[in-house]
Design a protein around this ligand. Structure first.
Ligand code: PGA
Length: 255
């Protein structure tokens, strides 16, 4: 099955997890072996990447951020090649919590993407509008502008790229976008990817949805046109709820 057709379910542990959480990662990894049609991954905090990588036989392991340049005098930062060296295979970039907490601009995110590609990492590039922007009817324009400013120019990078649409107002709030809104936004993102990379290359880029995905809504969201997977925060912190989402993904037609 071509990679782009496998649903991609990624747990974003955010700033959660000490070594006590390794048992959850192990449980997720062992169970994921029963759902080979679903690609499962976890992005733990930097401090756990190596340990989760050592536990993982089936799942992918990634980071939640990286610095935008090579190694050097940048106290407290972690370069993309250090991320790769720790065992990570991908990095989440442009998450709204980083844009808000750390003032990350689209241009900075674009530089991080280039560094990550150079280090051989795959990328999940996040985008999403605030409630005010959606309310003002500008959600699509805003998200496409965010992407235009960050997407890498090199089209052979597209194989290693996924985009995650995460409306900011749906993250950690228990509110999800309607499947109509998700379908409309994903179609608009697909249009932009087709335009930028050409339809053949664009077809290799999965568009994930994120924002309060849980076992109860996973199947419906993942069956929505152009939804190629989910980026999951809160519900990825326990193996039980995360695996409920993996099961939902395995029941969609694409899986
Ligand atoms: P949530 O977070 O599932 O807790 O809403 C999603 C994300 O921020 O990636």
């Amino acid at each position: 099955m071509p990679m782009a057709e496998r649903p991609y379910i990624v747990g974003n542990w955010k700033m959660n997890g000490t070594r006590a959480m390794l048992s959850e990662a192990r449980a997720i990894d062992r169970a994921a072996q029963r759902y080979m049609k679903v690609e499962v991954a976890i992005a733990p905090p930097f401090t756990l990447i190596h340990a989760v990588h050592r536990e993982a036989e089936q799942i992918g392991v990634g980071a939640q951020n990286c610095f935008h340049g090579p190694e050097g005098a940048h106290t407290g930062d972690i370069s993309a090649s250090m991320v790769a060296d720790s065992g990570a295979k991908f990095v989440i970039l442009g998450h709204s919590e980083r844009r808000i907490d750390h003032g990350e601009s689209a241009e900075l995110i674009n530089r991080k993407i280039d560094s990550a590609l150079e280090a051989g990492l795959r990328i999940i590039l996040c985008c999403g509008e605030s409630f005010e922007t959606r309310d003002a009817g500008r959600a699509e324009e805003f998200v496409l502008d965010q992407l235009r400013a960050s997407l890498p120019d090199i089209s052979d990078a597209a194989e290693r790229l996924s985009v995650a649409y995460e409306p900011v107002w749906a993250i950690g709030t228990g509110r999800t976008a309607t499947t109509d809104d998700i379908a409309a936004m994903h179609a608009a993102i697909r249009g932009l990817l087709d335009e930028k990379y050409g339809p053949e290359t664009s077809a290799n880029i999965r568009i994930l949805y994120g924002g309060s995905v849980k076992p109860e809504n996973a199947r419906e969201i993942l069956s929505t046109p152009e939804v190629g997977g989910a980026l999951v925060g809160g519900a990825s912190l326990s193996a039980e709820s995360f695996l409920g989402i993996v099961v939902g993904a395995s029941e969609t037609e694409d899986a």
